[in-house]
Write a protein that binds this ligand. Structure first.
Ligand SMILES: Nc1nc2c(ncn2[C@@H]2O[C@H](COP(=O)(O)OP(=O)(O)O)[C@@H](O)[C@H]2O)c(=O)[nH]1
Ligand SMILES: [Mg+2]
Length: 199
């Protein structure tokens, strides 16, 4: 793929914010497949969700971490429930808030009846963090299907991409890691193809 190639942006999806929750009693009721998005703060999760949706832009990139401490549900194309999990590892919040993230995410993974698949975002420029590894361990332990996406791939020089992706594959014991860029749209179609398996 040549540098600067544009990927297909022509498909735009509808998206509707459903609700923001802190525990299972508040989860929406649906029979649609749930697709969760997990990753550390600033990994590019909001940007990736916006990129997947296209013009709909539900997960507005917020500069404050407020809502990001909740689990946010979006109905996408009347076909999927996107589940935006709180970002982990945000340093500037209190220990109390930080400590609630693990249980909140674990509760979703174990108690959400419609969760089908989790997309785990990791930063393609760095090694996987301890929390990235923990997330993947939980998913394996609970038998939840997941796919790892390496964000901000546009920032990694082409000559280093293969090595970096292989490194992440090995650290996360994951045979497949999808390189993704919200800036160029690289990986968008590949990720949609994975999501569309759950229709
Ligand atoms: N170059 C580049 N920057 C990105 C990409 N995705 C996100 N960013 C930037 O990374 C920062 C964090 O992104 P955001 O989506 O808010 O991360 P979140 O905290 O995980 O929701 C923002 O400054 C984005 O513009 C990407 O694919 N490429
Ligand atoms: Mg965000």
């Amino acid at each position: 793929m040549k540098s600067g190639k544009k990927y297909s942006y022509n498909v735009s999806r509808t998206a509707q914010f459903i609700k923001s929750t802190v525990n299972k009693s508040q989860y929406p009721e649906t029979h649609l497949p749930g697709i969760a998005f997990a990753g550390r703060s600033n990994v590019g999760k909001s940007s990736l969700i916006n990129c997947l949706i296209g013009q709909g832009k539900p997960a507005r990139i917020s500069s404050t971490p407020g809502r990001t401490q909740h689990i946010n549900f979006f109905l996408v194309d009347d076909s999927w429930m996107f589940i935006d999990l709180p970002g982990y590892g945000y340093a500037r919040v209190s220990k109390k808030v930080r400590d609630s993230w693990g249980p909140m995410i674990e509760e979703l993974l174990t108690e959400c009846s419609f969760l089908e698949m989790t997309i785990v975002l990791v930063d393609s420029r760095h090694d996987a963090t301890t929390l990235d590894k923990l997330m993947v361990d939980w998913l394996s332990q609970y038998g939840i299907e997941f796919i790892v996406v390496a964000t901000k791939i546009d920032k990694v020089p082409r000559s280093k991409r293969t090595k970096q992706i292989k490194q992440l594959q090995s650290e996360l014991h994951s045979s497949r890691v999808i390189p993704f860029s919200s800036t160029t749209g690289e990986g968008r179609d590949e990720l949609w193809a994975e999501i569309e398996k759950y229709q």
